[in-house]
Design a protein around this ligand. Sequence first.
Ligand SMILES: [Zn+2]
Length: 502
Amino acid sequence: MALRVALGGIAHETSSYCPRPTTIDDFAVCRGDEIVSVNRGVRSALGGMLEGSRELGADVVGLLHADAQPAGLIDGSGYQLLRASLLERLRGAGPVDAVCLALHGAGLIDGIGELERDLVGAVRAQVGARAKLLVTLDLHANNVTDDLVELADLVFGCHRYPHTDFFDRGREVARHLPALLEETLVPVGHVERLPMIIAATTTDEGPAAEAAALCESIALEPGVLDCTFFHGFMHTDWPTVGACVVAYADRSGESARDAARRAAEWVWSHRDRFNPHVPTATEAIARARAAAPGLVILHEMSDNPGGGAPGDGTHLLRAMVAAELEDACFAVLADPEAVDAAHRAGVGATLPLRLGGKTDHLHGAPIDADVYVKCLTDGRFTVRSPMGGGRSADLGRMARICIGGIDVLLASRRAQVFDPAVIELNGIDPRRCRYLALKSEHHFRAGFAGLWSAAIPVDGPGLSSVDFARLPRAHTPRPIWPLDPEARLQGMRPDAETPPTP
Ligand SMILES: [Zn+2]
């Protein structure tokens, strides 16, 4: 008889700093067969779980999958409605061999706490030991607790930032199902927590690339099933915040612990490399002007909607206007009011607009400018980045306006920019720009790969600033590196403290 696999999840990256709560209306919800039709062939964890299930010849039952833009604490009653609906569908599905949950790992619910612990616990309580419980998480997961690893049969995180391996990881957890059911594989997990919060660090190069390679090589050792370095989600203040390594070994807690420990010690001993200086907008523009010919990307780390920030911050745009940059594009400023005014004025109009800086005082004051309306679009496009490629995106109505030599793309909805399709939609070929400013920390690297000659990060005041001292930390466990230089990894041998010279 064919295996039966149920698919679902509630995914959110919650910033406790973000004053805007996440309500049920913020979630895009897929139910039942829609989960299959929407995710088939998409480079996402659900897409990978579907593909892995197809390869096993399994029957797939779609439960409920809900996903929302990173923002503040999730409203408790809204979450409970989503959870009840997922559990109800699971009950209605009858006996299943596995429940696959695509989660984030940094979800926080008002009055409840960690989303993943709550949801995985509820699913486990319902299915008991009858079904295997397979979970994928984002690399920026914080809530990878001992409890969670105990409740699920497998918890796999993506290794790459940009998250280009979600599909592979989803497929991988599904592929283990027959061995788990036959008990030829009995995974034992271990969580090794690191007393550190790390700035957004790409795995395309540098220390995070080396850490990912180390984890992947450890995972190939005999008896070891998996080893994942979770960077954690740093733009939040919560007792679970921080990095960790999770490893699984077949029937051996000791091997799992040893695997996780070796990776954690490597990260800890190289921690200084995870804390680079990020230039201000003015410094970054000076560096961009001096860069070799070709496209220069300025990526505004401190106002990344993908990290819970509002996406209407003006610090970088103001500096670009002041510097009178030419051949420049700014993508994307979230400002529904300004979009509406541009649409009412129409293509070819010149009008005074007040742009951005409308959410709070942290991300910069609004910019007043006379702008020219160059192009108006519906904001809909298909993602083609290796990260989530094939998915439909909708930023609401958009407007391309000009301020001097800068084309500014305005959107009705906030979103991290990680795909050139949104720029092309508005009539701009990013390869023909000299300067391209993006609201993104590192995800743009996958979609824009091969297009730029230089990528310069930009920091400033903002909810996703890499300067952790900018925001208060009342609930973060202390001591924690880099805020507390005295922080130590428990049990670390003193002679292993200094990184080996290459
Ligand atoms: Zn992430």
